[in-house]
Design a protein around this ligand. Structure first.
Ligand code: AMP
Length: 598
């Protein structure tokens, strides 16, 4: 008997089945897969200068590789990266041409790190994305029947002196044909037309994406953004602009603030006059309480898809409030260097999220991290050797030409899928403050504060102690610095001087922070809170009462523990905000200098 023609649903479930089989396969024998991946990478790149420099010519085995090639950080790679950025096209790191640089949100010397990438990495990234929905649909059926309302954005890009593009990994992905020309797939059916995502102007992009999401409210089955901070910013945008948005929905016209004709056309394909919907949204948004606003406006939403692991966990209470406790789903773990893994149990609690590293993505090693932080003397071990409950720093060797590169993330083995370990994300090393994608470490903060405090000298005032925290109760969140001053002079330090200190700190921070403040508006103005004399003594007393050693006590440069923040806040005598945005221009400081000198 001839086979009945397959329906779209049969095709989908077959595709899902194949994807899940792939995951089963690679997790059953991860060590074999890893050995093959390393051998592939080393065979492909046998002729590259970097490997020759370390004496590895034709060897593709794990033992020789580990013996000869050192474990490195970005700083070790900087001279090679600079050569590539300046136009050296010889095979330095990869035998394939470097197609562009991905600008990481990790910084080096205050500037974004530049990660080389090659064309074929886009395929690997797409593969990881293609695993997410088949996994999800095991837990939430029927997602193919509606749309996802995802707030996705591109950021500005620049060119290196040698002419290579430098841009964030997601900008690169959204602008690629893998995303723009994706064939129809019910799982990548978003409310935001591509044109609205690809619009460079962040206001127009957000406005048009929100407008489309509102028009299609009944069809939305899942909502999200990449990071929790981005999704909360979208809700805040709605809070500010719902009247304009409702006007557009009522009349079927696009606000003149949307000047990009391509975006206008894309929105007008969706927007039709709908007074009933406008009335409904108006009545929900004018309600004093915004609790559960997501489930009220998008009533069929099953979950919120955002990363809330790592520093983003600070946003969980706000998301719970807006979503009335819908599941917060963290689907994947990735970076500019490499996409790493997926969460195979996506409906678990945020605190229980563990990512299964997909062993085909790169060759992974793990540097044990113990209490004494003796990582230097430790040797990295393989994926198949990690132990349950242990912490490791992730080290990658990629197809694009990073060899034994320390990513800077600390992961803990939380369990196993078949023979593949699953990791919970513990932290990014050396990050003191973070609001969005910014990552500010203690050293950088210290230098910025030292510079700013020099403004106090004319008033015979000095900074005795400081600490800081990321205040995410404001939207967008902002950095708060607590200052205890000793003022010997007779004149008080004027408010304008402390405000100057705020902006000086901001100007001294890394480019990711300044971009967040000046361009993306994802970070609010930095605040200095002056605390009363003796505050840091009280902080020490508190820490000692909690068991800290009196001999070893140092004032923390960053605080996260709520009772300590409460104590500090109770001792604030005045507070000041940065009066303007710090300067930020796209592209590296060095390249900009070249341009100016030219
Ligand atoms: P970037 O280099 O700017 O692409 O940022 C990548 C970094 O973001 C990673 O190395 C992690 O520190 C962080 N990150 C990415 N995905 C996750 C996740 N699912 N949970 C926690 N942190 C993440």
């Amino acid at each position: 008997m001839p086979e009945a023609p397959k329906t779209q649903n049969d095709n989908l479930s077959e595709k899902n089945k194949k994807t899940l089989e792939f995951i089963e396969d690679v997790t059953c024998n991860p060590d074999d897969v890893q050995q093959r991946v390393l051998s592939d990478i080393l065979t492909q790149n046998a002729n590259v200068e970097y490997l020759h420099r370390h004496g590895l010519s034709a060897h593709t085995d794990r033992e020789t590789f580990k013996k000869l090639v050192p474990v490195i950080t970005y700083e070790d790679l900087q001279p090679d990266i600079t050569r590539i950025a300046n136009g050296d096209k010889s095979p330095i790191l990869s035998s394939h041409p470097i197609s562009e640089f991905l600008t990481s949100s990790g910084t080096s010397g205050g500037e974004r790190k530049l990660m080389p990438t090659i064309e074929s990495e886009l395929g690997r990234r797409s593969l990881l994305y293609s695993l997410l929905m088949p996994v999800m649909s095991q837990f939430v059926p029927g997602l193919e029947k509606g749309k996802g309302m995802y707030f996705l954005f591109v950021k500005s890009e620049s060119k290196t002196p040698g002419g290579l593009l430098a841009r964030p990994v997601l900008t690169s992905y959204y602008k690629s044909n893998h995303f723009k020309e994706r064939p129809y797939d019910p799982y990548t059916n978003y409310t935001s037309p591509n044109e609205t995502i690809l619009c460079q102007d962040s206001f127009q992009s957000m406005y048009s994406q929100m407008l489309c999401g509102l028009c299609l409210n009944e069809e939305v089955l899942r909502v999200g953004a990449v990071f929790a901070s981005g999704f909360i910013r979208a809700i805040r945008f709605l809070e500010k602009h719902w009247e304009l948005l409702c006007h557009d929905i009522r009349t079927g016209t696009v606000n003149p603030l949307i000047t990009d004709p391509v975006v206008q056309d894309a929105v007008l394909r969706i927007l039709k006059p709908n007074p009933a919907l406008a009335d409904f949204i108006e009545s929900e948004c004018s309600n004093k309480s915004w609790q559960g606003i997501i489930t009220r406006i998008w009533p069929n939403t099953k979950y919120v898809d955002v990363i809330v692991t790592g520093t983003m966990s600070q946003y969980i209470p706000t998301l719970d409030y807006y979503s009335n406790g819908l599941p917060l789903v963290c689907t994947m773990y990735a970076s500019s260097e490499c996409y790493f893994g997926v969460n195979l149990n996506p409906l678990c609690k945020p605190s229980e999220v563990a990512y299964t590293i997909i062993p085909t993505m790169a060759y992974f090693e793990f540097l044990p991290v113990n209490d004494q932080e003796q990582a230097k003397d430790q040797k990295p071990i393989d994926l198949s050797e990690v132990k349950l409950g242990q912490d490791y720093e992730l080290v990658v060797t990629t197809y694009a030409g990073l060899y034994r590169y320390r990513v800077g993330d600390v992961l803990r083995v939380a369990g196993f899928k078949n023979k593949a370990p699953q990791f919970s994300f513990i932290c990014r090393k050396n990050v003191a403050l973070c609001i969005d994608s910014d990552k500010t470490d203690e050293v950088e903060l210290h230098q910025a504060i030292e510079k700013a405090s020099s403004h106090l000298a004319p008033f015979d005032a000095t900074l005795i102690e400081y600490t800081s925290y990321a205040d995410t109760t404001t939207i967008p969140g902002h950095y708060v610095i607590f200052w205890e001053l000793s003022a010997k002079g007779s004149t008080q330090v004027p408010a304008s001087v402390i405000e100057d200190c705020c902006i000086t700190i901001e100007e001294s921070l890394n480019s990711v922070y300044r971009q967040g403040r000046a361009s993306d508006k994802s970070i609010g103005p930095l605040e200095i809170r002056i605390v009363e004399t003796g505050t840091f003594d009280k902080l020490m007393d508190y820490a000692i009462s909690m068991g800290a050693s009196i001999n070893q006590y140092k004032a923390p440069r960053c605080v996260k523990f709520a009772p300590i923040i409460e104590l500090l806040n109770s001792l604030v005598v005045s507070n000041y905000f940065s009066p303007k945005c710090p300067k930020w221009v796209p592209g590296h400081k060095q390249w900009n200098k070249i341009k100016i000198d030219d």
